[in-house]
Each structure stands twice: as structure tokens, then as C-alpha cells.
Design a protein around this ligand. Structure first.
Ligand SMILES: [Zn+2]
Length: 70
């Protein structure tokens, strides 16, 4: 009976382990944003792809010009 209980606990633990392991690890400070997400330029208000924008002091800029203007 105890072995059956241990097995059950083991299965539950394994399921939880797999579930947490499946979660994507976000090592960046970009929160939930994806590279293809559109972000608003803090200077001119133009939306550009996150991959193409420049992040400075927590704000996104569409170009180097806007970053220098701000
Ligand atoms: Zn801009």
C-alpha cells in the first residue's frame, strides 16, 4: 500500500516537474515581448519591430536618431 502511495506521489511529482521544466526560461528583461512584437518609439511614436528597435532606459526607439533626440 505504501509503495503504491509513493508511486502515486512520484507520478504527481514527475508531472509537476515536467510542467515547470516546460516553462520557457526568460533570461532577458524583455518581459513577455517577442522579437516580432511591435513596440512604440518613445520619441516619434512610430511602431517598429522589437528586433529593429533600440532599448534605452526601459524605452524603445525606432532608430538611433530618435534615441539621440530623446
Ligand atoms: Zn522614432
Amino acid at each position: 500500500m505504501i509503495l503504491k502511495l509513493l508511486l502515486l506521489i512520484g507520478i504527481v511529482y514527475a508531472v509537476y516537474y515536467i510542467f515547470f521544466k516546460k516553462k520557457p526560461i526568460s533570461g532577458s528583461n524583455r518581459d513577455e515581448l517577442q522579437g516580432s512584437d511591435m513596440v512604440e518609439c518613445a520619441s516619434c511614436g512610430v511602431y517598429s519591430q522589437l528586433d529593429d528597435s533600440i532599448l534605452s532606459n526601459g524605452k524603445y526607439y525606432c532608430s538611433k536618431e530618435c534615441l539621440e533626440k530623446a
